[in-house]
Design a protein around this ligand. Structure first.
Ligand code: SF4
Ligand code: FES
Length: 255
């Protein structure tokens, strides 16, 4: 198939950037979107032009490195799919595709389709851990975890920190990401001692990073490649409000 691509090109953070048109010829329907860009980049390099910069690592939908907008949709048109797992058979001959980086104040563009997502790292550093005395690993079955809770925590732990939720949100909000990172620890017995401190600390870190407020658009849930539910945002808000009501805590509250 042949496609027309309009790709955002920006040489660096200070460059205002612009859309550049490319013709992608004889695209293999079985190629992934990133492989299609690889082929285009080879052609650009042969012509002495700068290849299009984009992030990737695993190309298996698990690392969270990849991600950009395709025709205004984060990770493209297929639900529950990262752009590295999106295949060209989702498109048809003659399609015109606009390819842009995540658009969010908190994610400034570094180059072309690459944005700076280090605010996510700082949110996780503020509370996305459990404090444990060092020593040998405890026997795994010493703390029984109810199956329903383990499953729910696993749903949240699937977040790969790709940033699509922020990019799709009209407010540039990071509630879905932050709530997933809060919930995957706050649901488990091991996460209880720091449950409310964690919610308070991570929400405040999120706010300091310049993300927008949540208005329940639910665009985040719609584009999340791991189909994380916005129910986790409600959970996070409950824990956060409870922590705010009694001040910063260093011990568990009764639930
Ligand atoms: S919540 Fe979903 S969209 Fe947001 S960072 Fe995690 S995996 Fe990506
Ligand atoms: S490259 Fe790892 S999730 Fe896409």
């Amino acid at each position: 198939m042949n496609l027309t691509l309009h790709v955002w090109r920006q040489s660096g953070p200070a460059d205002p950037g612009r859309m550049v048109k490319y013709e992608a010829k004889d695209v293999n329907a079985h190629a992934s979107f990133l492989e299609m860009l690889d082929v285009l980049n080879e052609q650009l390099a042969e012509r002495g032009e700068e290849p299009i910069a984009f992030e990737h690592d695993c190309r298996e939908g698990i690392c969270g490195s990849c991600g950009f907008m395709i025709n205004g949709e984060a990770h493209g048109p297929q639900r529950g799919t990262t752009v590295c797992q999106l295949h060209m058979r989702q498109f048809k001959d003659g399609d015109v595709l606009h390819v842009e980086p995540w658009r969010a104040k908190a994610f400034p563009v570094i180059k072309d389709l690459v944005v700076n997502r280090s605010p996510f790292d700082r949110i996780v550093a503020s509370g996305g851990f459990v404090s444990l005395a060092t020593g040998s690993a405890p026997e795994a079955n010493l703390i029984p975890v109810p199956k329903a809770l383990a499953d729910r925590a696993m749903d949240a732990a699937q977040c790969i920190a790709c940033g699509a939720c922020v990019a799709q949100c009209p407010n540039g909000a990071a509630q879905l990401f932050t709530s997933a990172k809060v919930a995957h620890l706050n649901l488990l017995p091991q996460g209880q001692p720091e449950r409310y401190d964690r919610a308070l600390s991570m929400v405040e870190a999120m706010e300091q990073e310049g993300f927008g407020a949540c208005s329940n658009y639910a665009e985040c849930e719609a584009v999340c490649p791991k189909e994380i539910s916005i129910d986790f945002i409600a959970r996070m808000n409950r824990d956060y409000l409870k922590a705010k009501a009694v001040g910063v805590l260093k011990s568990p509250l009764s639930t």
